[in-house]
Design a protein around this ligand. Structure first.
Ligand SMILES: Cc1cc2nc3c(=O)[nH]c(=O)nc-3n(C[C@H](O)[C@H](O)[C@H](O)COP(=O)(O)OP(=O)(O)OC[C@H]3O[C@@H](n4cnc5c(N)ncnc54)[C@H](O)[C@@H]3O)c2cc1C
Ligand code: FES
Length: 244
């Protein structure tokens, strides 16, 4: 990976659900499921830092990113149009450890669904996906061709089970679990899986450099403090130290 930013030309930037955008960039991008790019969609120093976004899909060098508009950075990116440029650095971090046997569960919360399409396309195993959303479900239509069963939960009950997605999940039915989403959700998944089934978690700590230099993104693991951008973002659940 060259540690310099390069341009990606926007092929499309579409709002697929309220505040959720899918952006496709032209280019010769590479990367493994679970890796991410640092993305900058503005000139100048405001906001100062680029934003980390996971690889949602990669096909013929074109990269797809799925992002939720949260603050200034993602708001600026959401206003960009076909033909505009994004400055991006990657692929960064270690991806998911790919297992090709047994029954696999993917568990996602909100935009934590982003890395799961590219992961599911590369697993070649029997996969069930459990996805939780606040309200509208999104992106699952693209993932469905690669999974056997889809379980949906929404906090407002508008689609699927009313409540949290972890209420639908039984760890004893699976050989491997991959999860990405808000930290409290991933902590529940880690606790449910502990001693029963291996779980891989993709951490979403705030990042500054993305390349291991600033130590701004560290997480406590059984080996000591580790950088989410370099040693992660994917960790084995048993290695992440949970605090009650
Ligand atoms: C490895 C990695 C991969 C990620 N992949 C995706 C992705 O595919 N799609 C996506 O939508 N988001 C992803 N995120 C989160 C994304 O980077 C943040 O949502 C984004 O940086 C917010 O920038 P902003 O300028 O819009 O908001 P800011 O103004 O910086 O912050 C607005 C809100 O977002 C929260 N926030 C900021 N950074 C993060 C973060 N890293 N994780 C969680 N919450 C954050 C803040 O606490 C605040 O509440 C990823 C984060 C990491 C570390
Ligand atoms: S973001 Fe700088 S070390 Fe991880």
């Amino acid at each position: 990976m060259a540690e310099t930013y390069k341009d990606g030309i926007i092929y499309s930037n579409t709002e697929i659900s309220p505040n959720i955008y899918e952006i496709i960039l032209e280019g010769d991008f590479e990367g493994k499921p679970g890796q991410f790019y640092m993305v900058r969609g503005w000139n100048g120093l405001d906001p100062f830092l680029p934003r980390p976004i996971s690889i949602a899909d990669l096909e013929n060098g074109r990269i797809k990113l799925l992002y939720e508009v949260r603050g200034k950075g993602t708001h600026i990116i959401s206003k960009l149009k076909k033909g505009d440029k994004l400055s991006i650095l990657g692929p960064l971090g270690n991806g998911f450890n790919i297992k090709e046997e047994g029954k696999i569960a993917l568990i996602t919360g909100g935009v934590g669904i982003a890395p799961m399409l590219y992961l599911a396309k590369n697993l070649f195993a029997e996969i069930d996906i459990f996805s939780g959303f606040r309200s509208n479900a999104y992106f699952l239509d693209q993932i469905r061709p690669y999974v056997k069963n889809t379980f949906i939960a929404t906090e407002d009950g508008s689609t699927g089970h009313k409540g949290f997605v972890t209420e639908l999940f039984d760890p004893s039915k699976y050989d491997v679990v991959y999860t990405c989403g808000p930290t409290p959700m991933m902590e529940v998944v880690m606790k449910m899986c502990k001693g029963k089934v291996p779980v891989y978690v993709s951490m979403e700590n705030r990042m500054a450099c993305g390349i291991g230099a600033c130590l701004g993104c560290t997480v406590e693991t059984t080996r000591g403090m580790e950088r989410v951008c370099k040693e992660g973002p994917v960790f084995k659940g048993e290695e992440v130290v949970l605090h009650d």
